[in-house]
Design a binder for this molecule. Structure first.
Ligand SMILES: [Zn+2]
Length: 290
């Protein structure tokens, strides 16, 4: 890393001298790095100006999900949801991040029942009484990214599916409570994992969350099967998603061979996911998108 002088401007863009800004912070990071702990690089630490832009992007993302929450109903196709997402996002001057992302053909992911994630909206997929569906929205505004997803229960959802949806929401809340500076991503991960497994569920292992803000998917990769005190250290300015995928049956999943995107549970049992985008602050955390 390029060595900054004490009186040089800080790398964070604050215009303050390094010694009055992030020097002590960097020394602390270096101390932990020397102990063999995983600490974030500067590029993963958002500046106040970047955070403000990402918050604006998230306002759109939240508004889009609110619009979906208002309109979603039985008999609608998942393409109807896609249209709501595209129109609401573009009306607010933003771009749906999934559209054309690595060839993804729609503006949102809609994953129903045994679909774990990356369901592709289609005019042929009609929402039925008793379905549970995850709607995963991501927004680009002025080049800044936001990302969150919610579950919706349609009509007479069985008690066991309703409980799965509720427990995964609790997992995210319990994980969030562990997000604080100088803790570890593993602290959050274990809180999620313990609550899911205590309820008899399994946690998807090799798909997870991610850093987000300046890119759609940044480091670190964020899993929900790790132990307390492991994984990357959380430091102020880091931003990532908490988005566990929790299965009623086995953790095993398969990717749709035809479309190459949609992930389903191998045993065809239901799966649920909630996602929030969170910022690590000086004294805890701030939920950026939900
Ligand atoms: Zn600084």
């Amino acid at each position: 890393m390029h060595k900054i002088g004490r009186n040089d401007p800080c790398w964070c863009g604050s215009m303050k001298k390094y010694k009055n800004c992030h020097q002590a912070f960097d020394e602390k990071l270096e101390h932990f790095r020397m102990q063999g702990l995983e600490v974030p690089e500067h590029r993963l630490i958002k500046t106040p100006a970047q955070i403000e832009k990402i918050r604006e992007s998230a306002k759109v993302n939240i508004a889009v999900l609110d619009e979906v929450a208002d309109k979603i109903r039985i008999g609608m196709s998942t393409e109807d949801i896609d249209r709501i997402v595209y129109e609401t996002t573009t009306k607010m001057g933003a771009i749906p991040a999934p559209l054309n992302y690595e060839g993804f053909p729609r503006s949102v992911c809609t994953s129903i029942n045994e679909e774990v994630c990356h369901g592709i909206p289609s005019p042929d997929i009609i929402l039925k009484d008793g379905d549970i569906i995850n709607v995963d929205c991501s927004t680009i505004l002025d080049g800044y990214f936001s990302d969150s997803s919610r579950m919706f229960c349609l009509g007479n959802v069985s008690e066991e599916k309703r409980k799965l949806v509720q427990v995964v929401k609790e997992c995210v809340k319990l994980g969030l409570e562990e997000v604080k500076p100088w803790g570890f991503l593993g602290d959050m991960s274990q809180a999620v994992f313990d609550h899911a497994t205590a309820n008899g569920y399994s946690v998807v292992r090799n798909i997870g969350g991610h850093g987000v803000g300046l890119e759609f998917h940044e480091d670190p990769w964020v899993g929900y099967i790790f132990q307390r005190g492991t994984q990357m250290m959380m430091v102020p300015g880091m931003m990532f998603t908490i988005e566990p995928m929790v299965n009623m049956g086995s953790h095993k999943i398969v990717v749709d061979k035809q479309n190459g995107w949609t992930v389903r549970t191998k045993d065809h049992k239901p799966s649920a996911q909630w996602e929030i985008q969170v910022l690590v602050t000086e004294d805890g955390h701030e939920v950026i998108s939900y």
